[in-house]
Ligand binder design. Structure first.
Ligand code: NAD
Ligand code: UGA
Length: 455
């Protein structure tokens, strides 16, 4: 039996530890956080994050071998293996501001582990970190007191909305370690945990630096596909090509593959932008600025796509939206999550507020987070759970999150309740555009010729 601890009970710490507890009933798993409200919520059925299937897993193991606590110091003392899953946002001050990772939470955790440890431990980097962070971690942890800490890298690849499925059936698990006898022993301990349910050939082991860098590179490649297809969507709109048809045609080439080619209003989420900017910063730091400039363009293309969406709305709606009610369908950065961090929906919302539109935001799970993330702009937004009420009296609808229920609404009834001419902007290409046009909407979709009733 091992005492496993995870520091940080967020989108990663909560789901990953719940699955480890479920798959390894002989181990005791404790998840701690300094955020008392978050820990309190993990102890109820009203979990702090919405994630399909998560509550079922938590209910099975909570109070048995999964414990949520705010006693960080006490939990460190008892732990054999410590996963660190604290947030590593973009640094907003000083050197590297706007690009480098802000490692203050990370370093505080390292010092806290050292302060409270009376036995040697394995410390696992679960957070996404700049390459070579493990070296700093080792230097802090092994600085005194005669204890020995092995630092491993085990980046997390789960996506929100499918976190439980991704954890239970991962494409791969990656573990990086020092090539010393002690590092390799620690690595084997971690591999044995995942081997409870992950086929051994899908557990990849590398050196520490490859593991750390692979996480940033994986996110950069995923985001790059979206920016690539979004770049093509702008060209499609000028040429009457259809981006869905282009994506299908290129995706059938097995060397390209069909996934992550959905053109959209832009990618959001807490990680793509921050991790690519971190990669760009590292490229400058290690004096390969051309490589940094190459990757930075992925983020710039995403910003262009968000701006372009608002600009297209404005142009279509006779160059003014001031005082017009506009219903935004979706606030979450993707479907099946309540997370609104870096959501393109909020970028579009802010763009429309600048144009003095009267914005109504509707989403089944993300309105509370949207309200908090919008800060003082929230005062100028109406939050409405019911999409029919949101659309009533509106001049336009913009679909910004690919929630399946948006495709299943009664658009005939919605059209009847709107100001004419009624516009619909599909930022996710999930609606039946031909049908909407027949109902009477003027339809604008990403990367497709518009379907409009006037010349
Ligand atoms: P999060 O903000 O949801 O959770 C981090 C938690 O750590 C917070 O609850 C915070 O209170 C806690 N924390 C911070 N400092 C602490 C301390 N000293 N002691 C105890 N708790 C502390 O973040 P997240 O989305 O779970 O991401 C965590 C890391 O995982 C990041 O590095 C992120 O890049 C990476 N990651 C995230 C995802 C994702 O889908 N969200 C996926 C893969 C990797
Ligand atoms: C992403 C990665 O997919 C995970 O592997 C990674 O672990 C995680 O980031 C992380 O490091 O945080 P996540 O951001 O949760 O996961 O969600 P994705 O499914 O990757 O979607 C990201 C954004 O891209 C969403 O806004 C989504 O709507 C958008 N997207 C995705 C598109 O616009 N088009 C696509 O084809 C796919």
């Amino acid at each position: 039996m091992a005492n496993i601890l995870c520091i940080g009970a967020g989108y990663v710490g909560g789901p990953t530890m719940a699955v480890i507890a479920q798959k390894c009933p002989e181990h005791r798993v404790v998840v701690v956080d300094i955020n008392e409200a978050r820990i309190a919520a993990w102890q109820t059925d009203n979990l702090p994050i919405y994630e399909p299937g998560l509550l079922e897993v938590v209910r099975r193991v909570r109070g048995k071998n999964l414990i949520f606590s705010t006693d960080v110091d006490g939990a460190i003392r008892e732990a054999d293996i410590i996963f660190v899953s604290v947030n590593t946002p973009t640094k907003m001050f000083g050197q590297g501001a706007g690009r480098a990772a802000d490692l203050q939470y990370w370093e505080k955790t390292a010092r806290q582990i050292l302060r409270n440890s009376t036995t040697s431990k394995i410390v696992v980097e679960k957070s996404t970190l700049p390459v070579r962070t493990a070296e700093a971690m080792e230097n802090i942890l092994n600085s005194n007191r005669g204890l020995h800490f092995d630092v491993l890298s085990n980046p997390e690849f789960l996506a929100e909305g499918s976190a439980i499925r991704d954890m239970q059936n991962p494409d791969r698990v990656l573990v990086g370690a020092r090539e010393t006898p002690s590092g390799q022993k620690a690595l084997q301990t971690l591999v044995d945990i995942f081997a409870h349910w992950v086929p051994r050939e899908r557990i990849i082991t590398t050196n520490l630096w490859s593991s750390e860098l692979s996480k940033l590179v994986a996110n950069a490649f995923l985001a790059q596909r979206i920016s690539s297809i979004n770049a093509i969507s702008a060209l499609c709109e000028k040429t009457e090509a259809d981006v869905k048809e282009v994506a299908h045609a290129i995706g059938l080439d097995s060397r390209i593959g069909p996934k992550f080619l959905n053109a959209s209003v832009g990618f959001g989420g807490s990680c793509f932008k921050k991790d690519i900017l971190n990669l760009v910063y590292l490229c400058d730091y290690y004096s390969v600025p051309e490589v940094g400039a190459y990757w930075e363009q992925v983020v710039r293309m995403n910003e262009y796509q968000e701006h372009r969406f608002v600009a297209n709305m404005l142009t279509a709606m006779f160059n003014t939206v001031a005082g017009k009610r506009i219903a935004l369908f979706g606030a979450a950065f993707k479907a099946h999550t309540s997370d609104t961090r870096e959501s393109p929906a909020l970028a579009v919302c802010r763009g429309l507020l600048e144009e003095r539109a009267d914005v109504v935001l509707t989403d089944s799970h993300a309105l509370d987070n949207a309200r908090a993330d919008l800060g003082k702009d929230a005062q100028r937004v109406t939050f409405e759970l019911d999409p029919y009420k949101a659309a009533a009296g509106a001049y336009a609808i913009a679909v910004l999150t690919e929630w399946p229920y948006f495709a299943e609404l009664d658009y005939e009834a919605i059209h009847n309740s709107m100001v004419k001419p009624a516009f619909i902007f599909d930022g996710r290409n999930i609606l039946n555009h031909r049908r909407l046009f027949e109902i009477g909407f003027n339809v604008y979709a990403i990367g497709k010729p518009p379907l409009v009733h006037f010349a």
